[in-house]
Write a protein that binds this ligand. Structure first.
Ligand SMILES: [Ca+2]
Ligand SMILES: [Ca+2]
Ligand SMILES: [Ca+2]
Length: 212
């Protein structure tokens, strides 16, 4: 009987470590409702084109880095005038990020501190196949989520994960140049229902003790 109980607890512990639950979002307002305090990088503060093709670019909340040898004119913060004629200037303002991926060429977004949530605006993300975001979880393990849409228009996309994510690898098996802007991350921890409940129980308990 005791042995069974220990085995059960062990199974539960393993499950909670191994399985991160990732919820994806395509609407910024809905994502914002679940992540009330966030900061957004618009790249509008950049005065000149800034490459991360060979040297990683730290923009505060995250760092951008090329994986492999970047193609000319890609993997940079592109400030007007734009390198690519197909740039989504009307949507993404005076500056945005231009990336090209095709296995094994990829690009990483590395969070300054592990984050449970991420949201961004993509443009032309996907060609023959959808742009793949490989999430690396704190403590190990990965998950892949695909940017939806037709691939030739704007697509807002993001996620909230029960396990914090240390980095996102942008990758695609097929040729995929794309643009990304308005990258949002929480500026405070995303509240989890379980810990919120525990906190509430703690406060109630404290009140009960105080009254005595
Ligand atoms: Ca912008
Ligand atoms: Ca430029
Ligand atoms: Ca593309």
């Amino acid at each position: 009987m005791k042995k069974t109980w220990v085995a059960f607890l062990f199974a539960v512990a393993c499950t909670s470590v191994a399985q991160a639950s990732v919820t994806t979002y395509t609407d910024r307002t809905t994502w914002n409702t679940a992540v009330p305090v966030s900061s957004t990088q618009t790249f509008e503060s950049f005065a000149a084109d800034t490459s991360f093709a060979t040297v990683p670019l730290n923009v505060g909340a995250f760092t951008l880095a090329a994986v492999g040898t970047a193609e000319a004119g890609t993997d940079l913060v592109d400030v007007s005038p734009f390198i690519n004629a197909a740039s989504p200037a009307a949507l993404f303002g005076n500056a945005f990020v231009t990336i090209f991926v095709q296995d094994p060429l990829a690009a990483d977004l590395i969070f300054a501190t592990p984050q449970n949530a991420f949201f961004a605006d993509f443009y032309a993300a996907g060609n023959g196949s959808q742009l793949d975001l490989t999430l690396s979880f704190e403590g190990g393990g990965t998950a892949d989520i695909l940017v939806p849409g037709t691939g030739s228009s704007q697509q807002s996309f993001g996620f909230i994960s029960t396990t914090a994510v240390t980095s996102i690898r942008f990758n695609n098996s097929s040729n995929d140049g794309f643009f990304i802007d308005n990258i949002s991350v929480p500026s405070a921890a995303v509240p989890e229902p379980a810990s919120a409940g525990l906190l509430l129980a703690g406060i109630v308990g404290l009140g009960w003790r105080r009254r005595r």
